[in-house]
Ligand binder design. Structure first.
Ligand code: PLP
Length: 322
């Protein structure tokens, strides 16, 4: 289906209701209901199932120095999620790629956090039957953000383990990227109460699962391990497996117990929002010698180098809309 534009892009970006204070929104460009809009104007109905029931899936890809990083993997995951949730878009993959490109190009951001969302939508009769809802697509590009700030990236994060259990995979398939975050947010508050900067929460068997917006890896005896069960298969986690293979580092997805985490040689977390980020304290206690380890540093370095590699990244053309 062709992308309909009821206003020109330029018109859309300049029209602004008087009551909107643009300073309260990050600078960026969104696409919804067939139009490109400033972030301050991108709003959904309170009747959308995405808002009322967290009935939505989404994906986040980043742009670094003018290039999308591994966009195809993010699109694969997004499409897989929509399929399993029985959602359909009026746009195909190529059209979504163009929309994402245009959001970034119009925003002018060289480094951006780019989200694509499909909500269940709503039905004109407020029907309780999800089959009657019209699915809605939203995309936006805002400035790049990271789980860890510069200082935390240099010295490593202090992460606390919360007793909170991640929603079971039999309830919500974690491979469908979703907004069921009450467990993760509770974990974050638990972590703050313990003096931590971020959190790891548990799977249904009491092993380590993941944190708010990130996966976790441990380094032990020169090999990598990451939780296998009850976690989102992160694209950055995927990239770590690819990098480990390239440099001959053994890596596996297995159960990771709390004891194994505490006894690790190194720990790092992975997210599109920040890449590979070192953790040097767990529950306030140093991980090994408490310094960012050599394996973590090497992987961080390789990961960022890949951002200019055309096999891993694609350039944005800022002069044109597609
Ligand atoms: N786990 C959860 C719950 C997430 O929400 C995210 C990203 O938002 C991740 C892990 C990391 O995934 P990715 O590396 O694809 O950003």
């Amino acid at each position: 289906m062709a992308i309909t534009q009821t206003k020109t892009i330029e018109q859309s970006l300049t029209i602004e209701p008087h009551h909107v204070d643009r300073r309260r929104y990050p600078e960026g460009v969104a696409f919804m209901d067939g139009q490109y809009l400033p972030m301050s104007e991108a709003k959904i109905s309170v009747l959308d199932w995405g808002f009322l029931h967290s009935d939505a899936t989404y994906d986040t890809v980043h742009v670094w120095e003018g290039r999308f990083f591994r966009l195809n993997l993010h699109l694969d995951r997004f499409w897989g999620g929509m399929q399993r949730l029985r959602m359909k878009l009026p746009y195909d993959r190529e059209e979504v790629t163009k929309i994402l490109h245009n959001c970034v190009a119009l925003s002018g951001h060289q480094s951006a956090y780019v989200e694509m969302i499909c909500t269940r939508g709503s039905s004109p009769t407020f029907s309780r039957d999800p089959r009657q809802a019209e699915n809605r697509f939203i995309a936006f590009a805002v400035p790049y953000g990271s789980v860890a700030n510069k200082e935390q990236l240099d010295r490593g994060l202090n992460v606390a383990i919360s007793e909170t259990v991640r929603i079971p995979p039999k309830s919500i398939d974690p491979s469908i990227k979703n907004y069921h975050w009450l467990d993760l947010v509770k974990g974050l508050f638990d972590a703050y109460d313990q003096g931590g900067e971020s959190a790891l929460i548990l799977d249904t068997n009491g092993n380590i699962a993941e944190g708010p917006g990130f996966n976790v890896f441990i380094v032990k005896g020169g090999s990598l391990q990451t939780p296998a069960f009850g976690v989102l298969p992160g694209i950055t986690r995927h990239s770590v497996f690819d990098l480990a293979k390239e440099i001959g580092l053994p890596a596996e997805a297995v159960d990771v117990s709390r004891a194994e985490l505490s006894e690790a040689d190194e720990i790092f977390i992975t997210s599109t929002a920040g890449g590979i980020m070192p953790v040097t304290k767990i529950n306030g206690l140093p991980v090994a010698d408490g310094l960012v380890g050599p394996v973590t540093r090497r992987l961080m370095d390789l990961y960022w180098k890949k951002h200019s590699d055309p096999i891993w990244s694609t350039a944005i053309d800022y002069r044109s809309q597609q």
